[in-house]
Design a protein. Structure first.
Length: 358
């Protein structure tokens, strides 16, 4: 096995972790794969660029260069790269800027394509039920954390809560404390702010977020964060309209009421006893005979002891008229149907896995 690496020439390295230091700015922990990384070199890291201002080993000692297999901390980046990004040495600031801008544009195109693809896939999953499923709503989120790896992990975990009814859109990710800029971004996108393993923002920023009606979620345990965000997603979800049987009655007798119009049909009234649940005047009624559906229509009249009522409960008798229904028979069963909105559920397993179940 050949474990030798090239020492001479431009370095090839990759990012292990990235964070923001209040005094020193963006700091990148990196490992050199080959070549030598020197102080003063211009580098492009992912979509970010910078000029290496300082190199320190893992003990915090300053160094002028870093060789193969040497973990170091690099200072001098203009922005914060992602864990796993390659570090490319370039010859000038102009070249570094140009490469960075090109990569940013490419990443933005890919982000938009990914969002569109996720929406298309969510629509396809609904298939034939598309007419019954409400429009998918968006929950926009600004994610902040202590280090870049944490931020990415939190963002990925939040995206796992996507469902056919709700799309979690990460509008911004960043390392460090929550700032006024984060509040402004959240306000512009109607987003909430998630902070993981960071301190509460200063009072002025908290007040600004409160005045803008922006929710801030701060957590140090990922499960607790997902649980709270899951509740928010369930709250935002429009839900699915379903028809439920809320009551059942047996037809005991049938009455006819002469129409007030000379040529109009007589009105058939079913004398019923509510055997289960309750009947409401605004509901839809389903007539069953020997288990088969005979008729379905809206409730035209609901009376108890000759008085119009809004509802009749279990064990009581009532007179019922179903719009345009003339075919009652003693022994028929009438069901009361109501439209209800079923919300998704936040489901967690013993292993710690979570999901939104529609």
């Amino acid at each position: 096995m050949d474990l030798k690496a090239r020492v001479d020439g431009p370095a090839q390295a990759y990012v292990v972790e990235a964070r923001v230091d209040r005094g020193r700015g963006p700091l990148v922990t990196a490992i050199v794969k080959s070549g030598t990384l020197n102080v003063g070199q211009y580098v492009v890291v992912g979509a970010e660029w910078g000029r290496i201002r300082a190199i320190r080993d893992m003990a915090g000692r300053a160094a002028e260069l870093a060789g193969p297999a040497m973990p170091v901390e690099i200072e001098g980046m203009r922005g914060l790269p992602m864990a796993g990004d390659d570090i490319t040495v370039v010859g000038s600031e102009e070249r570094a800027r140009m490469l960075s801008q090109g990569r940013r544009k490419k990443l933005e195109r890919e982000r938009l394509e990914r969002m569109n693809q996720e929406n298309v896939e969510a629509s396809a999953e609904e298939g034939d039920e598309a007419d019954d499923v409400p429009e998918r709503v968006e929950v926009a989120v600004v994610v902040k954390g202590d280090v870049q790896g944490t931020v990415q992990a939190v963002a990925d975990s939040l995206r796992s809560l996507n469902s056919p009814q709700v799309f979690v859109n990460i509008v911004h990710m960043g390392v460090g404390p929550i700032s006024q800029s984060d509040v402004d971004k959240a306000q512009a996108c109607n987003a909430c702010i998630v902070g993981f393993n960071i301190r509460s923002p200063p009072s002025p920023i908290s007040l600004s977020a409160k005045q803008a009606n922006i929710k801030i979620f701060l957590h140090r345990v990922i499960y607790h964060l997902l649980e709270e965000m899951g509740k928010l997603i369930v709250e935002k979800a429009p839900g699915t309209a379903e028809t439920q049987v809320t009551g059942e009655a047996e037809v005991l007798s049938i009455f006819e009421l002469k129409s007030r119009k000379s040529k109009g049909p007589d009105v058939k009234i079913a004398g019923c006893r509510i055997t289960d649940g309750r009947f409401t005047r605004t509901a839809t009624m389903r007539l069953l005979r020997s288990g088969e559906v005979v008729f379905e229509g809206s409730c035209a009249s609901l009376k108890r002891e000759k008085q119009d009522v809004e509802a009749v409960g279990k064990g009581n008798e009532c007179g019922l008229v179903i719009q345009d229904c003339q075919d009652f028979k003693v022994g028929d069963v009438i069901q009361c149907l109501e439209q209800v909105i079923r919300k998704p559920k936040f489901v967690s397993s013993e292993s710690g896995a979570v999901r939104i179940e529609c």
